[in-house]
Design a protein around this ligand. Sequence first.
Ligand SMILES: [Zn+2]
Length: 508
Amino acid sequence: MKTLAIILLIAFATAATPPPPPAARTAAYLEAIRRDGDPTRLTEFLDAMPKGGDLHHHLSGAVYAESYINYAAEDGDCFDATFTIVPPPCDPAQGRSPATRAQTDYGYRNLTIDALSARNFAPTTGDTSILVHFFKTFFKFDLVVNKHWGEELAEVVHRAAIQHEIYLETILGVDKGAAIELGSKLAWNDNFDTMRAALDAAGMPHVVAQARRDLDAGERDMRSILHCEGPTPDPGCGVTLRYQHFVLRAFPKAQAFAQMQAGFEIADADPRVVSINPVQPQEDYIPLKDFELQLRMFAYFHKLYPKIHLSMHAGELFLGVAPPEDMHDVAHIRDTIDVGHAERIGHGLDVLSEPDPQGLLAEMARKHILVEDPIFIHELIGPGVVGGDVLPIYLAAHVPVSLATDDEGGARSDLTQTFRRAVEGYHISYPTLKTMVRDSLQHAFVSGADLWAGPEAFTAMTGACADQPAADVPALAACRKFLATSEKATLEWREEAAFARFESRFKM
Ligand SMILES: [Zn+2]
């Protein structure tokens, strides 16, 4: 009798234990893969995982060298002896080979690809640093970048879609360099109002109008290449695409100001352009010298255009590329947030070198400042951080992070590879990966109210959609009505449905 009671008790206890929810089963599956060191299952898992948005993505750095070779060949251009694309006439005797040679001569092709990317980098006289080599690649393909937007956009949204990304913010010079030209004709004036008026009088409205037409043309070409209007559209057509206008911060102050003004005026006129972002090596002469001045310019334009979001490169210094004083005496990340009004920062590598790093991390967590972390490229070209990315530091401090590619073409990588580095290099668990994916959409500069009840609070959805089970279309009419009003919430809902489908695969 006693034995029967025990058996019944065990049976009852077993029956009463609910099966683990799909998210927990998925997390356990990833841990099992990690324990077994199974690269095949890890690849399958990360390939299929929904990845939200890539928030730090340079269009010209994302395009692979093979595409640049094709553009140069199409345009009749040549490669010089340093593999820089130069205009015709080509003359092999003078070291100017037709670009078509990189399509037909296998050895030459591979040397070209290495020169246009960080692949196979080996120090040689005059090319001693992978970091400098990498930044120099941008000059090598500069001639063709702005002539092929449609093809470039088609390449990157297709790549995003097949990796299960649904959102992309790509950084480019939306004005194709016109503002730099404008700024070069004006003398600097310390009065920002006077500068702005002079630039408007010199033709800034034309720069803005032309940039919008160029974006229209680029998107039209992209959609045509991807057959977005046809019966079998490429999956890339489903990726929501937004742009950030870059400011080349190594330019003198009048040109930096002009680029910033162009960016804010374009973003004000065109909702596709969502941020203005300073780029180029932070350790270069002008970016360090004019750091505070450029932030004051950002603050000036922010006051004029307070609704325009800002994500900025910040904290890209590490010991070895910059003197210690430039890292310790200037609060690059803190000032970018406090003075420049950045809502997100890219890289954030030197957080521990800033004055009061703990205070800074606490401030970032409190203000919900997201860090866009391109781990793969940090490890590739940041000698100070090999095997030691800042990802665990930010996560431990509860600062939101999203994984990003930065320059997947130059680095010969993609977002899946970046996820893989997070798992293999930093033992990031499935729940943390999923949080970073949700962060990427919550912190995306796409319009509309948020699906979630609070920042980084991914346990409760907002009013109308609360307690709604994940499905392609919400069952409740009020939730459907809410989603129709918000592009951001729609993306977030779409991602939750994708997570439900993904997690239903794992039965263990
Ligand atoms: Zn970047």
